[in-house]
Design a protein around this ligand. Structure first.
Ligand code: COA
Ligand code: ADP
Length: 543
């Protein structure tokens, strides 16, 4: 595997000051045999414990008091990590709300002998400052100081909204999708689901808990991962590799002395992946069970060439088993809808990139259902200045983005700020198109380390109210960052947070969504490269 070097997030501010985020906490661990499974790979449970501890310390650094894990958003693991390699974890608080904070966690793996590092995962966890006698803690605000921090700060609010309605949305999506699925398919030679059932108990001891006697969230996640791995192995009689975990939500605390009952079963097996569901409940003495957490994990089984193997099918148990079997199909679709395709610098093509074999464009999508957040990244052989000039006139976007059906300038507020009306075609047959009133602001870098920026957001103009023929769409925050990699190579990143107008794209055909992004940005690249020399001919007013 070719690996790229992951650079330290060190910034020089305009003032010349070298800046490091004050909430940043780092952890580095050499993976020893005691951290690994029998195949010599770091156990994901151990990694989750390290991620949770690092993130908790970052949250506590900001809060100045003890904090508990409230949730961890969907986690995707791009690579396994071997014994002898080093795991580097960096956590920082992206944003504080009232008593809760979002912490971003970046996990990289380092091969000391080859002097290489690569990204393994980028996760987001929420921590809550423990209540004081006086009541809920009011945290101090995070003040973003760099472009990236500003970006994460805005996205954090959106991710939070999604997290808080996550359960509701999943329930809605499950009920609408499972009703369309009909009866479970019967397969010959299917493995009965009960064969994979696991139940295991853990006694919470002081080493599993923090100084406030609450069980560490990371420890619970590790125990959950352990039973899920056993269930997955029982289906395939081989070593399974964990690829993704759906959101962990800690519904209530657990303490030293609790007995934690962990239950897992394979809910469904698809061609190359299976979904294992895990449920964690706690009790003390004769008290009733408390539901602590439920999670769904996706495993694959890799063959000797590290390609996913075909898995046996599953025969679900009646009633609950059949329901979970159907819900697993629906969740798989939701997961695909949220396809999360991460950096493609490795020559190894990441999982699930059928639309992008060339690896020139990478699509990242964040939490979405009601809300979509995209990040698309690509390199173009055009200088950063030219790229900036070509992209900052939205009227030229029609040349590469078929979603821009119409685009007119409504108001030129100043040289760098323009208001446009943009109309996009309908996504459904006979449906209404959408229109947007967008303020486009462009900024040149203050410093060679900054990118060029083009920011777009919806504004309300009394002169342009919504009309009958179009649904008024809203862009909360979108735009381009344009980084100069060399005089002729530019890294272009497009961000977009959008409201439910884009929902039809995800609910109808997500493969279409991915390929639509891919096509659009390939067209963008082509547009930039074709027009890179035409710039001089453009009148300045068009820029
Ligand atoms: N994800 C992220 N944040 C969440 C959340 C979730 N699923 N559910 C609630 N929160 C946030 C709320 O938004 C609120 O943030 P704010 O103060 O910034 O607005 C904060 O948690 C407190 O919410 P509140 O409504 O006052 O309390 P609650 O009754 O919803 O309790 C927890 C939330 C997290 C404190 C509670 O569920 C809990 O104690 N969970 C167990 C935590 C724990 O012990 N974890 C370790 C492993 S067991
Ligand atoms: P749901 O049943 O709606 O999926 P739960 O929170 O009850 O939600 O359970 C989450 C997952 O945990 C289930 O999908 C299943 O895979 C697993 N699970 C729950 N109960 C058991 C059990 N008794 N034995 C084995 N696995 C279980």
């Amino acid at each position: 595997m070719e690996a790229n070097t992951v650079r330290e997030p060190l910034f020089i501010l305009e003032s010349g000051e070298v800046y490091r985020n004050p909430t940043e906490v780092k952890m580095s661990q050499i993976v020893l045999p005691c951290h690994a499974n029998h195949c010599g790979e770091l156990s994901v449970g151990q990694l989750l414990k390290w991620m949770d501890s690092t993130a908790c310390l970052s949250a506590e650094r900001h809060a100045g008091c003890s904090c508990v894990t409230a949730s961890v958003d969907d986690i995707h693991f791009k690579h396994t990590i071997g014994v002898g390699q080093v795991v580097n974890i960096i956590a920082k608080v992206n944003r504080a709300f009232t008593s809760s904070m979002e912490v971003g966690i970046l996990v990289t793996c380092e091969d000391l002998y080859a002097d290489k590092q690569w990204k393994v995962s980028h996760a987001f966890a929420s921590f809550v400052a423990r209540r004081k006698e006086a009541g809920k803690v009011q945290l101090k605000q995070v003040i973003p100081r760099t472009q990236m921090e500003q970006m994460e700060y805005s996205l954090a609010a959106e991710r939070r909204r999604m997290r808080l309605i996550h359960a509701e949305i999943i329930t809605d999506l499950l009920s609408s999708s499972t009703s369309q699925l009909g009866e479970c398919q019967e397969y010959q030679d299917a493995v009965p689901a009960e064969k994979t059932r696991v139940e295991s108990v853990e006694l919470v001891l002081p080493p599993h808990a923090n100084h406030q006697v609450s069980t560490f969230g990371g420890q619970i996640m590790a125990w959950m991962e352990n039973v899920a791995t056993i269930a997955a192995s029982r289906l395939c009689n081989a070593h399974p590799t964990l690829r993704t975990i759906d959101m962990f939500h800690f519904r209530g605390p657990s303490h030293i002395g609790d007995r934690l009952v962990l239950k897992a079963i394979v809910n469904n097996a698809f061609k190359n992946s299976m979904e294992v569901g895990v449920c964690a409940e706690a009790y003390q003495g004769g008290e009733p069970l408390r539901h602590i957490n439920s999670a769904f994990m996706t495993f694959e089984v890799l063959d000797s060439d590290r390609k996913p193997r075909t898995l046996p099918r599953i025969r679900p148990e009646p009633v609950d088993g059949k329901r979970r079997y159907q819900e697993a199909i629906a969740r798989k679709k939701i997961r695909l809808d949220r396809k999360y395709i991460i950096s493609c610098k490795q020559t190894e093509v990441p999982l699930s990139v059928p639309w992008d074999q060339s690896n020139q464009v990478s699509l990242y999508t964040l939490e979405e259902n009601q809300m979509l957040c995209f990040k698309v990244e690509m390199h173009v052989n055009v200088s950063a200045g030219q790229t900036f000039h070509l992209l900052s006139d939205l009227r030229r976007r029609q040349e590469w983005d078929r979603h821009y059906k119409e685009c007119e300038v409504i108001n030129q507020a100043d040289d760098d700020d323009t208001i446009y009306r943009i109309a996009t075609p309908s996504v459904s047959k006979g449906g209404k198109g959408q229109d947007f009133i967008l303020l486009a602001s462009r900024r040149i870098p203050c410093d060679s380390r900054d990118p060029y920026l083009i920011a777009l957001r919806s504004v309300t103009l009394p002169t342009h109210p919504p009309t009958e023929n179009y649904t008024r769409g809203e862009v909360l925050c979108a735009g381009f960052t344009i980084w100069e990699e060399s005089s002729s190579v530019t890294k272009l990143t497009y961000y977009n947070q959008a409201t439910p107008g884009v929902l039809p794209y995800i609910s109808t055909d997500i493969a279409g969504l991915s390929s639509s992004f891919c096509c659009t940005f390939s067209a963008c690249s082509h547009f930039l490269e074709t027009n890179k020399d035409s710039l001089a001919a453009l009148p300045p007013s068009a820029l």
